[in-house]
Design a protein around this ligand. Structure first.
Ligand SMILES: *Cc1c(COP(=O)(O)O)cnc(C)c1O
Length: 367
């Protein structure tokens, strides 16, 4: 297989060469007019990407940094987390480690977040915020933000925080339409940027809430970021190369057209699902909530993925062998483990088809 596509894992994703080249630009002072112009130039594209009139803050960190920012800045104590996989679990434990009064509403691996259960939990206690992972990368499950948004409307005092780390840029998310207070994403997944920055849209009421929260720290204090943002700056020295890369990538996304981009992701996902079905592998994710950016498939045939990974690594291709902790848990329960195929960012249907053909060839190789 001859292709530039190397990474079939759910992040980091391959980055287009023209975007990579932006990283090589000379540095520039972050308190200069040139920097402020660069920073300000990102605003319209980011607002369009998030479908929001809110600020879209940029953090020099991975997405996890903004998990912490949301919790430490906007939650005094009581926070509810929906937990339906490894990432949502990690975010919940972060809240606990920030000494918040964290409650977890758990769902089985492979299942989406159930809106009725969220409604019930929010009715039982006064929470300050509800946190949900839109696209559980560990299990390939996408939850229904539309239905969750309806629930949140019944609980208007609760802030609505959404981790869109592996969906933003691959799936349409209408932040304002859904009433999301904080929607956060990493650069290195469906946005196909180098790892190292993270983005979050922040509602006005999130800032208002933050004013009443003590111990927000500095680096992830949303009010510090906001103060600088209003002057087209960042509180600290940001990763300037990433900002050039982001500017380029926003232009590329605009050139492709966001709607076309989302359709491309749907198309790749449906190719993978059709292939899995044809090959007799069941999807691990529940029917009706398969992710458009990453497919998680039950390895019911006991394929030796470690061997497949090794064989393709020799050719520069990175294969995903499933989320480790999930597979350990499944193995302990004597259930089939999983493997994932990421189809996000720059990937194309043609590349996905070549990859599937390649995987199939590998499955036939007998050790
Ligand atoms: C990758 C991922 C994270 C962690 O993001 P980092 O950028 O590595 O901090 C969080 N949530 C989801 C859903 C992810 O896929």
């Amino acid at each position: 297989m001859q292709m530039a596509a190397r990474l079939f894992i759910p992040g980091p994703s391959d980055v287009d060469d023209t975007v990579l080249r932006e990283l090589a630009r000379p540095q520039l002072g972050h308190r200069t007019q040139e920097f402020r112009e660069l920073f300000a130039s990102l605003r319209p594209g980011l607002r369009k990407l998030f479908s929001t009139g809110n600020d879209v803050l940029i953090s020099t960190s991975s997405g996890s940094g903004l998990w912490e920012a949301a919790i430490r800045s906007c939650v005094k104590s009581k926070v509810l987390h929906a937990v339906n996989g490894a990432f949502s679990k990690k975010w919940a434990s972060l809240s606990k480690n920030c000494a918040k009064d964290m409650a977890a509403l758990s769902f089985q691996d492979g299942k989406p977040v159930n809106p009725q259960a969220v409604d019930k939990a929010l009715s039982e206690r006064d929470y300050e915020a509800f946190c949900v992972v839109h696209n559980e990368t560990s299990t390939g499950v996408i939850s229904d933000l539309g239905a969750l948004s309806q629930v949140m409307k019944k609980h208007p005092d609760v802030l609505f925080f959404v981790d869109a780390v592996s969906s933003l840029g691959g799936v349409k998310i209408e932040v304002d339409g859904l009433g999301i207070d904080i929607c956060l994403a990493s650069s290195q997944k469906a946005l196909a940027l180098p790892a190292g920055i993270a983005l979050a849209s922040i509602s006005r009421r999130s800032y208002l809430k933050a004013e009443a929260v003590e111990g927000r720290g500095y680096y992830f204090d949303l009010l510090e970021l906001k103060k600088a943002y209003d002057k087209d700056e960042t509180p600290y020295t940001p990763s300037i190369p990433h900002l050039y890369a982001l500017r380029k990538q926003l232009d590329r996304m605009e050139a492709e057209g966001l709607e076309f981009r989302y359709k491309r992701h749907e198309e790749m996902a449906s190719w993978v699902r059709a292939w899995a079905k044809e090959q007799g592998f069941p999807m691990f994710s529940q029917e009706g909530c398969h992710s458009p950016t990453v497919s998680c498939i039950s390895n019911t045939k006991g394929i030796d993925f470690a061997a497949v990974k090794k064989a393709l690594a020799g050719r520069g291709i990175t294969v995903d062998t499933g989320y480790r902790k999930l597979n350990e848990k499944l193995a302990a329960e004597e259930k089939p483990t999983t493997f994932r195929i990421a189809h996000m960012g720059e990937r194309t249907p043609d590349e996905i088809r070549s990859y599937l053909a390649e995987l199939q060839k590998q499955f036939q190789v007998k050790p």
